[in-house]
Write a new protein. Structure first.
Length: 310
């Protein structure tokens, strides 16, 4: 099922915009005016995941939400055309910020893989960032004693099965839309999540994301993930909002405990009846909490940027 604006427009009523990245088209939305909120999705979602937050906050903020290359409405190149690695994706995100002249006062919002990426950006370019908002994600390597969460193990560690399941059967997308929420999703929403990933070719990113999970030093993205892990403490003074679905069977309570250990000053909100797609399950509760956090920290001039720039 290909994306059809006429069919899904009510769910995603935003103007599509496009950025050229080395000949590839990155899709993004850019709604409203004011202090920027820049939202980065993970796998296997896309900017559609943030539709409720875009609608709510575009009345008071400039809200930017891209689709990573290979995801959503962005181009889905083959391996010969694009390097599906953490480093490339962080670089793409920084290029987007440059092209849109988003140079300061940013609130970076990340979920799943998007969390690791916005944390990497905040560490690499602290002068841009005022706050972080994190939803069920990691900004560190697997904590000591932890193994790769079992639902990811067959997709990451077996040699041939992942391609057949993810690219052939669309198992990762189907699993996410059926199992990663606690309350379930309406049929039209499930269809909108599936729509961009309608063929073997168009599911390349969902597989490459899983294959790129950094587990060992020889993995391509391990060096950058380890650098983020080792430098995460430098964000301790940055205002950070963490919204966590407690029924996430991948980013579970242990990951949240690690965030609190690393960033003890973060504002944490737990949602008992929410899963991995916490914004889907808990938007009604999240929106007022996030709005209050943004208002309370609007005038904050954190010491973090100064410390990070030294």
């Amino acid at each position: 099922m290909a994306w059809d604006p006429q069919k899904f427009g009510q769910l995603y009523p935003f103007q599509s915009r496009w950025l050229r990245l080395d000949g590839l088209r990155m899709h993004y939305v850019d709604e409203g005016v004011g202090e920027p909120l820049v939202m980065l999705h993970g796998n296997p979602t896309w900017s559609f995941y943030y539709r409720r937050l875009i609608s709510e906050f575009r009345t008071t903020h400039r809200v930017v939400a891209p689709d990573q290359i290979g995801c959503g409405l962005s181009d889905k190149p083959a391996d010969a055309e694009y390097e599906y690695t953490l480093e490339r994706r962080v670089s793409d995100f920084e290029t987007l910020l440059d092209r849109l002249e988003l140079t300061h006062g940013l609130t970076l919002v990340g979920h799943d893989w998007g969390g690791m990426m916005v944390v990497a950006c905040a560490l690499r370019q602290p002068e841009r960032v005022r706050r972080l908002v994190l939803f069920n994600t990691a900004g560190f390597l697997l904590p000591p004693g932890r193994r790769l969460p079992w639902p990811l193990w067959p997709f990451r560690c077996l040699p041939l099965l992942p391609a057949l399941l993810i690219r052939g059967c669309n198992a990762f997308v189907l699993g996410a839309i059926h199992l990663a929420t606690a309350k379930g999703l309406p049929g039209a929403v499930r269809a909108a999540y599936r729509a961009p990933y309608d063929s073997w070719r168009n599911r390349i990113a969902t597989l490459r994301f899983v294959q790129d999970i950094p587990l060992r030093p020889h993995d391509r993205s391990y060096a950058l993930a380890r650098w983020v892990d080792e430098n995460l403490h430098r964000l301790r003074d940055l205002p950070v909002f963490i919204g966590w679905g407690m029924r996430d069977f991948v980013f579970d309570r242990g990951f949240l405990d690690e965030w609190q250990r690393r960033l003890p000053n973060a504002e944490v909100h737990r949602f008992a009846d929410a899963g991995h797609l916490v914004v889907e399950d808990a938007a009604d509760e999240l929106v007022p909490l996030l709005r209050a956090f943004l208002e309370r920290t609007a005038a904050t001039r954190s010491r973090a940027a100064t410390e990070l720039s030294r």
